[in-house]
Design a protein around this ligand. Structure first.
Ligand SMILES: Nc1ncnc2c1ncn2[C@@H]1O[C@H](COP(=O)(O)OP(=O)(O)O)[C@@H](O)[C@H]1O
Ligand SMILES: [Mg+2]
Length: 553
């Protein structure tokens, strides 16, 4: 019985994030004149988190019928009373609305309010917490276990350095805001800074020093800051850390002026002090990757999409009931990516009248503008080799082994460069690694796949149109290094390559021919006679591609 109660009391803890449960329990008790039972409290929490009674029964291991009878006898009547509603009118889905109208919802309007609530009970004082550019996260679903784990790492294990990484839009910043809200009062000082504008190390150090020590200094050193981290227990969060890293390089090289971050991270990780530094980044700095481990004071946490439950809650908050056909498939397809789910939820509501299966049938992956912008930023930062690999993985449309990448693909680089680039792409969270029948394979995240595919079509179309308009092959690049449709691919994949790559390219060419009155015959002849061809040695897909497009025979 004891463990039963403990189980029941542990259900739906997330309700306490948004609701003043203590007051609610006390008021319910006052109107009913009886103690409210643990299962009633659990059901109330569940209803506030928008679980249906059937799901509550399942969680409690009761039958739905029995639960309904019990709730009708007690909790439902008391809820009507405190909500000022007539008896026997309660509909379970109305409960959050009713209680919100009676101000039981915690008002977390601004972080300032939050801060002042906390300040009264904790040792942190008003001028020792600085939220900087941290966003105010109103709606946050799921991730309870992750929050617990990270809290253990920072508060329990007193990690010195934690890097939280994952692709743009996956929810890193939101997750860290929630973590910090839970733990910052346990530190003497807390400061949040975004490095979005790639502040030079010196500038950040003097900013930190001024905040921690009150002394405005220029020319302060890393040692000065570490000394303060030693004297006081500080929590420092640096968001958007990837901005300090160079574009177009493999992961890990710093921008000019930001080189000092390498030493700063290395020393915060290695030296004795009582503080914690959290980095939030799309890319993993190598000072972390080389030294991190679960038994170390330097840790790495990869943020993935939301688990099923959190994802469904997010969709529920955007107008779904949670029981639509296809909802599971939708969550799967977007890997629980909160930005992507928010975007498609809107699309489905607006264009498909909320019909998820219809949406899934009619579209591959609809990418909203937000995600596209995120991916664009991420893609533009990549080195040429990294981009080439992504294009190949997009064309292949299936997991690809290192051996295949090496042999089939004409990448003008050594094996070790290839491995570095693959690692770098993994750190940037753009590719996934899976093991199939004992072999390591690489593939693109579905949302990334869609983006890269579109980008490939765009770039190749540009090349083709340039060839047609200039009547020469000077602008050739991807057409030479990547095949558009693979001869030896399985039929289903070939069909996909034809539909998603070849067809749109041919369409764009046809349009350009129309608009510019282009004459293709002479180009074909020129190409066939080999006149404008002066191509480098090595694997070259130009002829095959031009044949596919219809410019060569
Ligand atoms: N657990 C979550 N529940 C609901 N919305 C979320 C959650 N995590 C992230 N979001 C939302 O998704 C978007 C992207 O999240 P963000 O934390 O900014 O991603 P990142 O920092 O990884 O780029 C934001 O609008 C954020 O509020
Ligand atoms: Mg962020």
């Amino acid at each position: 019985m004891l463990s039963d109660n403990a189980h029941i009391e542990g259900l739906f803890p997330e309700a306490s994030q948004n609701w003043d449960l203590d007051r609610l329990y006390a008021d319910l008790q006052a109107v009913s004149g009886k103690e409210i039972k643990p299962f009633e409290k659990a059901c109330l929490r569940g209803l506030l988190c928008r679980y249906r009674p059937g799901q509550l029964a399942f969680k409690l291991s009761w039958t739905s019928g029995a639960l309904r009878v019990e709730l009708n006898k007690g909790l439902y009547r008391s809820l009507e009373a405190i909500a000022g509603q007539p008896t026997n009118t309660l509909r379970w889905e109305k409960v959050p609305e009713w209680l919100e109208a009676k101000s039981y919802k915690v008002q977390r309007q601004t972080l300032h309010d939050l801060k002042s609530n906390f300040l009264t009970q904790a040792n942190i004082s008003a001028n020792s917490a600085d939220w900087g550019e941290a966003p105010n996260i109103q709606a946050f679903y799921g991730r309870t276990e992750e929050l617990n784990k990270l809290e253990q790492w920072i508060v329990g294990d007193r990690c010195h350095l934690l890097a939280v990484c994952g692709m743009g839009g996956i929810g890193k910043t939101a997750l860290m805001v929630k973590l910090v809200e839970n733990i910052y009062t346990q530190f003497d000082y807390f400061i949040w800074r975004s490095l979005r504008s790639a502040q030079p190390t010196a500038q950040l150090l003097s900013d930190l020093l001024q905040f921690l020590d009150g002394s405005a200094q220029t020319g302060c050193s890393i040692s000065d800051v570490i000394e303060l981290l030693r004297q006081k227990r500080c929590l420092v969060v640096l968001d958007d850390f990837e901005a300090t890293l160079q574009d177009g390089e493999l992961v890990g090289a710093y921008r000019q002026g930001c080189e000092g971050y390498a030493e700063f991270l290395q020393r915060v990780g290695a030296e004795r002090h009582q503080s914690s530094l959290i980095l939030i980044s799309r890319e993993q700095p190598k000072e972390i990757s080389m030294n991190q481990g679960e038994d170390q004071l330097i840790r790495y946490y990869k943020v993935n999409g939301l688990q099923r439950q959190g994802a469904v809650e997010l969709l529920r908050a955007r107008g779904f009931t949670g029981s639509e056909n296809g909802l599971e498939a939708l969550v799967q397809q977007y890997r629980g990516n909160p930005s992507a789910l928010r975007i498609v939820a809107g699309t489905i509501q607006e264009l498909f009248n909320g019909n998820v299966s219809e949406f899934l049938k009619q579209t591959a992956l609809a990418l909203g503008d937000v995600l596209r912008t995120l991916l664009y930023q991420q893609f533009e930062r990549l080195s040429k080799l990294e981009k080439d690999i992504l294009y190949w993985l997009a064309i292949k449309h299936r997991p690809v082994s290192l051996a295949t990448l090496r042999s089939q693909i004409s990448l003008q680089s050594s094996g070790s460069e290839l491995i570095d680039a693959l690692e770098s792409l993994r750190w940037r969270s753009l590719i996934e690694k899976v093991t199939e029948q004992g072999e390591v394979m690489f593939l693109l995240e579905p949302v990334v796949l869609k983006y890269v595919n579109r980008k490939f079509v765009e770039e190749v179309s540009k090349e083709i149109v340039a060839i047609a308009t200039q009547q020469n092959l000077k602008s050739i690049d991807l057409l030479q290094s990547h095949i558009i449709v693979e001869d030896l691919a399985p039929d289903s994949i070939r069909a996909m390559q034809i539909r998603l790559v070849l067809k749109p390219i041919k369409d764009k060419l046809a349009k350009a021919i129309d608009q510019n009155n282009l004459e293709l015959e002479s180009l074909r002849e020129k190409l066939a006679s080999g006149q404008p061809l002066s191509l480098p040695e090595g694997t070259n897909y130009t002829e095959a591609n031009l044949a596919l497009i219809g410019l060569w025979w």
